[in-house]
Design a protein around this ligand. Sequence first.
Ligand code: GUN
Length: 289
Amino acid sequence: MQILDGKKVSEKIVEDLTREVFLIKKNIERIPRLDVILVGDDFGSIKYVNMKEKKAVEVGIDVKVHHLDEKTETEEVTKLIKSLNDDETVDGIMVQLPLPDQIDTNVVLETISPEKDVDGLTPTNLGKLFQGDKSAIAPATPIGIMELFKYYKINLSSKNVVLLGASEIVGKPLIAMLLNDHATVTVCNSYTKNAPDVCRQADILVSAVGIPLYVNKDFIKKDCIVIDVGSNKHPQTGQLVGDVDVEDVVDIVSYITPVPGGVGPMTIASLLLNLMHCYHDRQGNREFN
Ligand code: GUN
């Protein structure tokens, strides 16, 4: 079994971005800026936002986190987004999901200017992604997964890829990206009958269900490549674990992403890659894209 080392690959991306931002600063050009909107005090969301902020600062990007009260209404969030859309110093706007129930997430997302949509979640960018338009900004987690395939030279053409989970952030955009690379894609959701049987057809299995250690050897055919998007608290130990029971599948899989150190750091690095694309587009530096 080989590890798909997201920590290592993301560190290389972050190193390159740090050099790029250093040169921007040396040339006394405008510093790239990321604005993150966080509503409420969900423990996981705060943790994610802190990690994104820390990495962006490490790269040299200006970051501003707008932490709004749990009871904030849709209009207040869209008002803030509109002001950031109009602010020339802002290159990227990211709204941490999920939002509290009283907020209409789709209304919030569609307010973000597509040129500043670093998370690739506006209807414009998702639509472009499904049209195979290369100018689409794609969501960070699927980009991170595709970058891992690229780095480890895993060819997707004619591969059977099974996705466990079809979320707006991961599963759905990943369908488009995999199809654009000529994979054969099957998607399971919580209503799928005999999910383990479906998963055993997979050359590549991507699990994004958010259930600790849900995927065991019943789901895996020999030499399957496993991408574990899960980031879960172990019910007994409280430790961070993925969706995959690694001990159970270790002798069957060919490659696997560890948790932590797999998809997570790739997601953060991909968000920053997206931010730099937005920055260069807005600066008119076409050669960077
Ligand atoms: N919540 C968990 N992961 C993500 C992500 O990648 N983007 C956003 N906006 N919210 C998230």
